[in-house]
Design a protein around this ligand. Structure first.
Ligand code: ZN
Ligand code: ZN
Length: 366
């Protein structure tokens, strides 16, 4: 058995425990990242149907061969049109209660599922549909060893790309040029894509947390916020550094110091068993004490994995409890309108109750 196969088997076991808790016989998986996580199949079309003792991957002729190779734990069902396989398959697998992913299912997909169940009823089998929420995300929030290895690779690519390009930034370059150099450097190191469009916010643009890189020229004497990530075999990294061209002024030093202090405090003191809100407050309290609470208007962090934003939530109202194996960002920031911003972001994994930092990109020293 390959490692990938045993990882999928373990993930299926976790899913089946959840199905039993919810007293359902099976689940239809339609969300793409959940489909990939639970099967190993990386194609872009298809559904999983998982019962207590069967796992079926239904996809069309373009993907059946790939599916058989990538998802050896599954029986691959070749579909002709939409959910044509479902009316026969659900009863055949002994499914009388079928969960679906309510957060992901569109109205049109829901109607097609209902039609399929109607057809099954015509054949004398009653299947009840049960909406569920967050099962896949919950499973995915705790990373297994193969995932952690891929995450580390995605992090390393971004770190190295940042370390190379950040040294080459000179006044007169545009934000967009910097973003492009970062993308080239990440691709050269094996990134299959970026996790998201790179953010390069120079000067006042740095005060807009989700500013995209544009034609603006970077000048000496202003902060530049760079937020970037690389995707490797499906897994995302997410890294923010703030640099300063030329000799940092006192205001930059003051703001940078507060943000770095808040970030390091959270990294050093976050512990397994805290809620996302408690973790958020570790950094927020430092920024509030420094009188800049109003300038930190977003969550401290977020889970990251197959999606760049996933569970757990790490924000002021996040009730989820942080557990060993969870991977998330810690990224406090201060944004001062008209001046700019400072944000510093690293990815951590909780291990033996504490955070271990995956990112190694150099941090600017004012
Ligand atoms: Zn980021
Ligand atoms: Zn982030």
């Amino acid at each position: 058995m390959t490692t990938a196969t045993s990882a999928v088997a373990t993930r299926l076991e976790g899913l089946r425990t959840k199905l039993a808790e919810k007293s359902v016989d099976g689940i239809l998986i339609s969300e793409p990242s959940n489909r990939r996580y639970l099967s190993g199949f990386v194609g872009t079309a298809g559904h999983l149907i998982i019962s207590r003792d069967h796992a079926v991957l239904a996809t069309d002729f373009r993907y059946t061969e790939q599916a058989s190779r990538q998802a050896p734990d599954y029986r691959v069902e070749r579909t002709k049109a939409g959910l044509d396989w479902l009316p026969k398959l659900a009863p055949e697998l002994g499914i009388r209660t079928l969960a679906f992913e309510a957060d992901n299912v569109t109205v049109s997909l829901y109607n097609r599922i209902k039609d399929a169940m109607q057809e099954a009823r015509g054949a004398g089998v009653e299947v009840q549909l049960v909406p569920t929420s967050g099962i896949g995300l919950e499973l995915r929030s705790v990373k297994d060893a193969p995932e952690l290895a891929l995450m580390q690779k995605a992090v390393d690519i971004a770190d190295d790309a940042f370390d190379e390009i950040s040294q080459k930034i000179i006044p007169g370059m545009t934000e967009a040029e910097i973003a492009w150099q970062i993308e080239l450097a990440a691709r050269a190191r094996g990134a299959e894509s970026l996790s998201f469009e790179t953010i390069v916010g120079a000067g006042a643009n740095g005060a807009l947390p989700h500013h995209r890189a544009a034609d603006r020229i970077v000048n000496a004497g202003e902060p530049i916020v760079i937020d970037m990530g690389a995707r490797y075999q499906g897994y995302c990294s997410d890294l923010t550094r703030t640099i300063f061209l030329g000799k940092p002024d006192d205001e930059f030093k003051r703001v940078y110091d507060i943000v770095l202090g808040a970030q390091l405090t959270a990294i050093e003191t976050v512990a397994t068993g805290m809620t996302g809100a408690e973790c958020d407050n570790l950094a927020r309290a430092v920024i509030e004490q420094a009188g800049e609470g109003e300038a930190f208007g977003h969550s401290l962090g977020h889970g990251v994995g197959l999606d760049v934003h996933e569970s757990p939530s790490v924000g002021a109202t996040a009730k989820n409890v942080l557990a060993d194996g969870m991977v998330f960002t810690i990224e406090p920031g201060i944004y001062l309108s008209g001046w700019g911003g400072v944000r510093i972001e690293d990815i951590v994994v909780l291990e033996n109750g504490r955070a271990r930092v995956l990112s190694k990109a150099r941090k600017f020293v004012p």
